[in-house]
Write a protein that binds this ligand. Structure first.
Ligand SMILES: Nc1ncnc2c1ncn2[C@@H]1O[C@H](COP(=O)(O)OP(=O)(O)OP(=O)(O)O)[C@@H](O)[C@H]1O
Length: 296
């Protein structure tokens, strides 16, 4: 897929199993939205082949549309329409819709049903977007950053809803910038970067695939000499960042590394504020593969 000269998605091959929650992850500009929009039939690929529920999203659009739900990253409703009117309207477009009142209740939209779309908070607009995607009882739902802007409680109830959909046999394809969300929800994860697939697997396969565990520590300060000695111990995989007035260090490590780090503490008379050694998170895997942190 290209936009003029810009190649957005190139040589990307991925399959989503029915009845799963599958996450498509990637840094900003990786090509996630372009990929989803191509599957949804909004964009025509210049090359390659896309099949969704066995159908061509462009050629078989009329047959496909009633069977899929799409939650857009933003928008999807007229600015002056009330939330409940919009949901009722979309429900009427479908042959066997869910009960809009039940869905509103479930997604915490009941109390803002009479509020015009433009006055809804970001989180309420997200929840309405999700309701609009689900009201037609889709077999497959595409959700682009479903919980962006939601408070923790709304996030949790959205996760529960997506898990229930999966239990009912619905296939969910989502993009997210929240690694905890991907790790908690996904049966399968595809990581893409610069328009190509860089890794695929279950969250536990991806996080366990490295032979070494991950060491993380936070220190009040790190002078140049101590830092270069630490770099020699931890090697090229060492990542250093400064947040909230603390120096955070992370690196692949094993028992020998841990022992060397303990000697380094002793030698430099530093005591870490925290030190952990554990399995990598999906965030670590993501960083290693793309060289970039997930940013919202
Ligand atoms: N309409 C467009 N015209 C030109 N370039 C575009 C257009 N839409 C996307 N792009 C470019 O294509 C690339 C992929 O964009 P895309 O939106 O698919 O990425 P993404 O992974 O969804 O990013 P994000 O996480 O920021 O939403 C980016 O470099 C982007 O700048």
């Amino acid at each position: 897929m290209t936009y003029g000269e810009k190649v957005a998605v190139d040589d990307l091959s991925l399959v989503v199993e029915r009845g799963t929650i599958t996450s498509v992850l990637g840094p900003n500009g990786a090509g996630k939205t372009t990929t989803l929009e191509t599957c949804e039939g909004f964009r025509r690929p210049q090359r390659g082949r896309v099949r969704v529920l066995g159908l061509d999203p462009q050629g078989d659009r009329r047959a496909l549309l009633p069977r899929i739900g799409v939650m857009l990253q933003s928008g999807g409703a007229w600015s002056g329409v009330r939330a409940s009117e919009m949901l009722d309207h979309v429900a009427r477009l479908h042959a066997h819709p869910l009960d809009p009142a039940m869905l509103s209740e479930r997604l915490g939209l009941a109390e803002c049903g009479r509020t015009p779309y433009r006055r809804l908070s970001g989180g309420q607009q997200q929840r309405l977007g999700l309701a609009l995607a689900l009201v037609g009882r889709p077999e497959l739902v595409f959700v682009d950053e479903p919980t962006a802007g939601m408070d923790p409680q709304a996030r949790r109830s959205t996760w529960e809803l997506l898990e229930e959909l999966r239990s009912d046999g619905v296939t969910v394809v989502l993009t997210t910038h929240h690694m905890d969300e991907a790790e908690r929800l996904s049966d399968w994860v595809h990581i893409i970067d610069r328009g190509s697939l860089v890794a695929s697997g279950t969250p536990s396969e991806l996080t366990r695939s490295a032979a070494r565990a991950r060491l993380r520590m936070s220190l009040p300060a790190l002078d140049d000499a101590a830092r270069s000695e630490l770099g020699a111990i931890l090697g090229e995989g060492m990542e250093v960042s400064v947040r909230d007035g603390m120096v955070h260090v992370a690196a692949p490590a094993d028992g020998a590394t841990l022992a060397a780090v303990a000697r380094w503490y002793e030698h430099h008379e530093v005591l870490p504020v925290s030190l952990t050694l554990g399995q990598r998170t999906l965030e670590d895997v993501f960083l290693e593969l793309t060289g970039r942190e997930m940013s919202a």
